[in-house]
Design a protein around this ligand. Structure first.
Ligand SMILES: [Zn+2]
Length: 79
């Protein structure tokens, strides 16, 4: 096999580039999935705007930061 140093370097660069692209796609997919999952449990306090996660099914969630009661499921819409 006639492999010069330039060919080898080019191959390594292409291979690492492909690896980076692949890793980026995979990590982005996993991250987006985890984010959408955590967003469904995310509650933002109406009083102090502290964001926290709540996985229960109760309608009212008490903020761990200021103790205010927040109604779950009513997302805050800006604009
Ligand atoms: Zn709060």
């Amino acid at each position: 096999m006639d492999l010069t140093l330039a060919d080898f370097v080019l191959f390594v660069l292409l291979a690492s580039g492909a690896m980076v692209v692949l890793f980026t796609i995979v990590s982005r997919t996993l991250h987006a999935r985890a984010e959408s999952r955590s967003l469904s449990h995310r509650v933002i306090c109406r009083l102090c705007l502290h964001a926290f996660e709540h996985t229960g099914h109760t309608g009212v969630v008490v903020c761990p930061h200021c103790g205010a009661a927040n109604e779950k499921g009513r997302s805050r819409r800006l604009g």
